[in-house]
Design a protein around this ligand. Structure first.
Ligand SMILES: [Zn+2]
Length: 507
């Protein structure tokens, strides 16, 4: 039985009840009981039709399509805003939204410095047995070009004492914590490149390189290569035995000004007020960025595709509020530009649902909704918490779901009151949250306020364990290691936000 059948059934029953009660001696009492019965019936009917439409949405989510979109996007390169790779990714998104019949436009940010790493090489020349040790290394963003050089490798000790080592005309091995403060001095003393690595309190970067960007601009004196922990430890062990290591390297990069392109597609509603469903379109690390954040972009596209199809098929009506699907050209700066250019009508934004990293998870199979410490987010996060509980453990839904307090570091923060204040635009109370399945490169436990405890969370109720990505901002954030390995994460993200929109934008 479909929901419209149920509705007519309810009308028939109510007509019959009305006839019966009119002819009854206990008319007032029966009238009350009848209306209560009718109300219950209508409530069940509405809940049933809501549930039905949510299931139609959920069954329409295509895991294969989500995976393919990630692979397509990663194929364009690192999608940095204002570069050819970023432009190609934006054109791809625009094409896809237009294919769905959505009105789509491109917004350009003001110019900013951008980089493109066209080519680089890095290998050991001597000893020969270390050849290939730099597998999965990466060239740091905003590194300058350098012709091919063959140089000795030296190591700066953890205390950063440069008096003990001759770095002139040498490549320097230095851990990431010291690299930032020593970079300029090492270049002044004649170092020709740096090799850096990171050691978080987790299993991340054992074989992949954490990608670090140099300050934006074209005045950085020497290139920096990011290498894995294993590579760094192998080199250090060899140097500790006083064996000489010689390496060969080169870099060819372009550093210039460019404008990030943000794609905005609109599903029109009955009102000018709108929800934003968004994700940053660039790989902000400069690496492949499959999980961070092609997974999020793919999720936005999938929701837009399903809702526009359901509307075309008459499975849903025109929403009460509009929905804008936005792929930010560059993380943070594009959302800031959007807020500034729309500063006179920020009160039209009913809520922001942001995806950032919905493609992997190192330890748990959980979907997270952030940040429950912001008063403005109360209603929207209670809706998501309820959705988490309604569907947890059901076939092809999340194993765990929880809200969590703010951690920062993504586009949803731009819309929150503190950030709006800093941008000098009217401070409007916009609920703005992020949905993800992994964050950062190591796990964290955050205190969970009592009112946000949920039966959809299987761990301790006092705190929430934030899962991390083994490949966060790394050279190996590739589809095969993240979104193709655990594609269910994206499916969960799409279902959670799609269902949330069905509960929020149609009422
Ligand atoms: Zn991100």
């Amino acid at each position: 039985m479909c929901c419209s059948d149920l509705f007519f059934c309810a009308l028939l029953i109510s007509a019959q009840i009305a006839t019966l009660v009119k002819n009854s001696p206990s008319y007032p009492l029966l009238l009350k009981k009848s209306f209560a019965l009718l109300l219950t019936f209508l409530t069940i009917n509405i809940a049933f039709s809501q549930h039905k439409v949510e299931l139609v949405f959920s069954h329409s989510v295509s895991q294969e399509r989500l995976q393919k979109t990630v692979r397509d996007l990663v194929g364009f390169g690192n999608r940095q805003g204002g570069t050819r790779s970023g432009d190609r990714a934006a054109a791809y998104m625009m094409r896809e939204f237009r294919r769905m019949g959505l009105k789509t436009e491109i917004l350009e940010d003001p110019e900013k410095m951008t980089f493109t790493n066209d080519q680089w090489s890095l290998d050991v020349v001597q000893p020969a047995k270390l050849k290939g040790v730099f597998a999965h290394s990466w060239l740091a963003g905003f590194s300058p070009s350098s012709r091919q050089k063959r140089v000795r490798l030296v190591r700066v000790s953890p205390d950063g004492d440069l008096s003990k080592v001759d770095v002139d005309s040498a490549a320097v091995l230095v851990d990431l914590n010291s690299a930032g403060s020593l970079y300029g001095r090492l270049a002044e003393k004649g170092a020709v490149c740096l090799l850096t690595w990171s050691e978080p309190h987790s299993r991340a970067y054992i074989n992949s390189a954490f990608i670090e960007n140099l300050p934006a601009g074209n005045s950085n004196p020497i290139p920096v290569f990011d290498i894995s922990r294993t590579s760094a430890h192998t080199l250090m062990k060899t140097l500790d035995f006083n064996r000489e290591i010689r390496i060969a390297f080169s870099s060819k990069t372009r550093i210039k000004k460019g404008k990030s392109k943000t794609v905005v597609a609109t599903l029109p509603g009955r009102s000018a007020k709108y929800f934003i469903v968004c994700a940053h379109g660039d790989s902000d690390s400069g690496g492949p960025g499959a999980d961070d954040n092609a997974s999020g972009d793919s999720g936005v596209l999938e929701i837009a595709r399903i809702l526009s199809t359901m509307k075309r098929n008459g499975e849903i009506s025109i929403p009460d509020s509009s929905i804008r699907f936005i792929i930010w050209g560059s993380e943070y700066s594009s959302a800031e530009h959007f807020v500034k250019t729309n500063s006179n009508e920020l009160e039209n934004i009913l809520g922001v649902l942001n995806f950032d990293e919905i493609g992997t998870g190192a330890v748990r199979n959980c979907i997270y909704f952030e940040g429950n410490d912001q008063r403005t987010n109360y209603k929207i996060l209670k809706t998501l918490q309820r959705i988490g509980e309604d569907y947890v453990g059901k076939k092809s839904f999340w194993h765990e779901a929880t809200t969590n307090p703010s951690q920062g570091g993504t586009d949803s923060y731009v819309f929150l009151p503190n950030y709006l204040g800093r941008l000098g635009v009217p401070v409007v109370e916009i609920p703005s949250i992020t949905v993800y399945t992994a964050a950062w490169q190591e796990p964290k436990s955050i205190f969970q306020p009592r009112e946000w405890r949920t039966k959809a969370w299987k761990g301790s109720q006092d705190s929430v364990y934030i899962d991390y990505s083994l490949y966060y901002h790394s050279s190996m954030d590739t589809p095969s290691l993240t979104t193709d390995r655990e594609p269910f994460n994206m499916v969960w993200g799409v279902k959670a936000v799609g269902i949330a929109l069905l509960r929020l934008a149609w009422h």
